[in-house]
Write a protein that binds this ligand. Structure first.
Ligand SMILES: Cc1cc2nc3c(=O)[nH]c(=O)nc-3n(C[C@H](O)[C@H](O)[C@H](O)COP(=O)(O)OP(=O)(O)OC[C@H]3O[C@@H](n4cnc5c(N)ncnc54)[C@H](O)[C@@H]3O)c2cc1C
Ligand code: SF4
Length: 461
């Protein structure tokens, strides 16, 4: 019986070794491992995994091709629904999506759908990739703001439909969080991200970097003067939050966004770059999400003893289990039920310690999680050279401020319907700019829905 085969484990770099380098942690499956794992899939008639995939990839369809050894066929099946499979195979929270719904997970371990997707995407890239199929040019121009997963997915679907698509990106390198946020050791930039972006370029999509929409150009000028029929906003949620406690402006306090951007985009970790970052010997990261894990694991690799401070318990940590497991294996310390109240500096204005208070869990709050309550008189100090705040992000208000008729909600997110239509006709939006910080696959799904809506909208012009 196929489902008697245990889930095939994936090979990874040794934790002690990888804690000192930025090479990818996970090695992925080889051909034999991938085919063995694929043989576990029951090819269900009503596949629950597909229903749980935000872009509805034909999962049993591509896995069956892997099982047969037809890897390019498998890549073609995935390409029908996803333009970024090597990325999604690495960073999607499969445990709560496709794998979380796999029928084999009820009594045992689900099929390793993410690792199989990654295998197929890597194999395809190394063997020439999938030949794109595009409709003839239809003479219409569409502008896409932001080159993260939402913008890339929207742009590739529109290019396949025959549109002339230009992506305007504020940074000097395209990819959004995929290049500036998620570290190299989880998602290699040149080998994986750049290759998938080049596949989007191969569809005819133009990417103009160093263009800040709202400053260099505006949405009004794109629509009124530059001949674009519609605009998609995929500008993400890159504005970091702070706690508002004393000491946050001391030297040595970073937002996780700045810390990760300086490492990933400005290569602070490489001695051949002139843009290093100073962490000192000890680093405290405040927060418990994926971003906190990435910041902590990056600080560790830069040589600092690193502690994560989180106000609830391990059960409530919002980060993926796999990331928490990897962080622990590498030697990150976790200070749970702990909340900062002040950052303390030395006489020169540099961080020397963080003052925290112990917490206990009280009644559930509106999120359903038990809310942390401070234990009076339990303050204590943790000595540290650097504090990295990882408390979430919100959308940058620049685009909303410079575009008439574009409503935002009280969290600063652009208001858009299910299909991505905003309150301004001809302007669509999706991804983190609409939902607030979420996931790569949800951003991609929103970009794809908006592409379909833009196609319908343009027909009415
Ligand atoms: C450190 C970190 C780790 C994460 N890990 C995971 C993970 O493991 N799995 C997962 O699924 N998700 C993860 N996420 C979340 C995920 O990366 C985001 O949800 C996703 O990237 C959102 O995609 P997006 O296209 O909406 O925005 P982004 O990826 O943020 O891209 C937006 C782009 O728009 C550009 N832009 C912004 N304003 C303008 C402007 N005015 N003009 C021109 N361009 C502009 C930005 O420079 C950026 O390149 C992580 C996020 C972070 C920060
Ligand atoms: S639910 Fe699991 S076993 Fe069924 S088709 Fe999907 S991956 Fe295969």
């Amino acid at each position: 019986m196929a489902n008697k085969i245990p889930r095939v484990p994936v090979r990874e770099q040794d934790p002690k070794v990888r804690a000192t380098n930025f090479d990818e942690v996970c090695y992925g499956y080889n051909v034999e491992e991938a085919q063995l794992e694929a043989s576990r899939c029951l090819n269900c008639k009503n596949p629950r995994c597909v229903a749980a995939c935000p872009v509805s990839i034909n999962i049993p369809g591509f896995i069956a091709k892997v099982n047969e050894g037809d890897f390019s066929g498998a890549a073609e099946v995935i390409a029908m629904d996803s333009s970024l499979p090597a990325i999604c195979g690495r960073v999607c929270p499969q445990e709560t999506q496709c794998e979380g719904s796999c029928i084999l997970g009820i009594k045992g371990e689900p099929v390793a759908i993410g690792k199989l997707e990654r295998f197929v995407a890597d194999w395809s890239r190394e063997n020439g990739g999938v030949k794109p199929q595009t409709a003839p040019a239809n003479g219409r121009k569409i502008a896409v703001i932001g080159s993260g997963p939402a913008g890339l997915a929207c742009a590739s679907d529109l290019a396949k439909l025959g549109y002339e698509v230009t992506i305007f990106e504020a940074l000097h390198r395209p990819g959004g969080v995929l290049v500036y946020g998620i570290p190299e050791f989880r998602l290699p930039k040149d080998e994986v991200v750049e290759a998938e972006i080049n596949a989007v370029r191969a569809l005819g999509v133009k990417i103009e970097t160093d263009v800040v929409v709202g400053r260099t150009v505006t949405i009004d000028s794109l629509l009124d003067d530059e001949g674009f029929s519609a605009v998609f906003i995929g500008s993400g949620a890159g504005l970091p939050k702070f706690m508002g406690i004393p000491g946050e402006n001391l030297n040595g306090v970073f937002s996780a966004n700045e810390f990760l951007t300086r490492n990933n985009l400005m290569k602070a970790y490489r001695s051949d770059y002139m843009t290093p970052i100073h962490t000192g010997d000890k680093v405290v990261v405040v927060g418990g999400g994926n971003v906190a894990m990435d910041a902590a694991r990056t600080a560790l690799r830069l040589g600092a003893a690193t502690t994560i401070v989180y106000r609830r318990t391990e059960t409530e940590l919002p980060a993926r289990r796999e990331e928490v497991h990897h962080a622990k294996e590498e030697g990150i310390e976790f200070a749970m039920l702990t909340n900062p109240v002040e950052i303390l500096g030395d006489e020169k204005g540099w961080v020397r310690a963080i003052k925290c208070i112990r917490m206990e869990l009280g009644e559930p709050d509106e999120s359903g999680r038990r809310s942390p309550v401070a234990v009076p008189g339990s303050e204590f100090e943790i000595e540290t050279d650097t504090v990295i705040m990882s408390l979430g992000t919100s959308p940058n208000p620049l685009i909303a401020r410079t575009t008439g008729g574009l409503d935002t909600n009280r969290r600063g997110c652009i208001v858009a319907d299910e299909a991505g239509a905003t309150t301004r006709p001809g302007v669509f939006a999706g991804g983190d700019a609409v939902t607030g910080a979420a996931t790569v696959i949800l951003a991609m799904g929103a970009g794809r829905k908006a592409a379909a809506a833009i196609h319908e909208y343009v027909k009415t012009l």
